[in-house]
Design a protein around this ligand. Structure first.
Ligand code: S3P
Length: 170
């Protein structure tokens, strides 16, 4: 069975949904950001602060490469994974890509009290979300299943993914 890879902007529910989906499918769960923090022994926020975004992107790609041949996994990717084409290409080789979306207002509400997202530590995070979302919108469409999570509970999102996976098997 192929992996299920969850992509989408920050705050679309990738980690919460990914964990629940893995349980439902009896798959292992991998959060790429958590794996990066574990392997580097440093927080994502600190990687950005000390080494910069470009270095983070290199580590992200290396991490994807190291998991590329695994199967039966639900993998939640960081929001920026789509910015490098080779990431999606590798993840697609052995995985079905599920894209979670949400309206910028919803994303802002979900992330506004969290200080762990370096790209949103700006003077106007809502504007940053809108701008970044706009620049990535087309990239998030490059998926097998797309779900707008704005008005859904995590459990409902999981159900939609399961339905989407079932449909693809028929
Ligand atoms: C990023 C999203 C973050 C994390 C890093 C960069 C992005 O992951 O990888 O802060 O570029 O959108 P989440 O989407 O899990 O917050």
């Amino acid at each position: 069975m192929k992996n299920v890879v969850i992509i989408g902007f920050m705050g679309t529910g990738k980690t919460t949904v990914g964990k629940m989906l893995a349980q439902r499918l009896g798959f292992n769960f991998l959060d790429l950001d958590k794996e990066i923090e574990r392997s580097q022994g440093i927080l994502i926020r600190e990687i950005f602060e000390i080494y910069g975004e470009e270095r983070f992107r290199e580590i992200e790609t290396e991490t994807i490469r190291s998991f590329k041949d695994k199967s039966n996994m639900v993998i939640s990717a960081g929001g920026g994974v789509v910015t490098r084409e080779e990431n999606i290409k590798m993840l697609r080789e052995n995985g079905i890509i599920v894209s979670l979306t949400a309206e910028p207002e919803v994303i802002f509400e979900r992330v506004k009290h969290n200080k762990d997202r370096p790209l949103l530590l700006t003077s106007n995070p809502f504007e940053t979300i809108k701008t970044l979302l706009k620049s990535r919108r087309e990239l998030y469409k490059n998926a097998d299943i797309e779900i707008n999570t704005s008005n859904l509970s995590p459990l409902q999102v999981v159900q939609e993914i399961v339905d989407g996976l079932d449909k693809r098997r028929k």
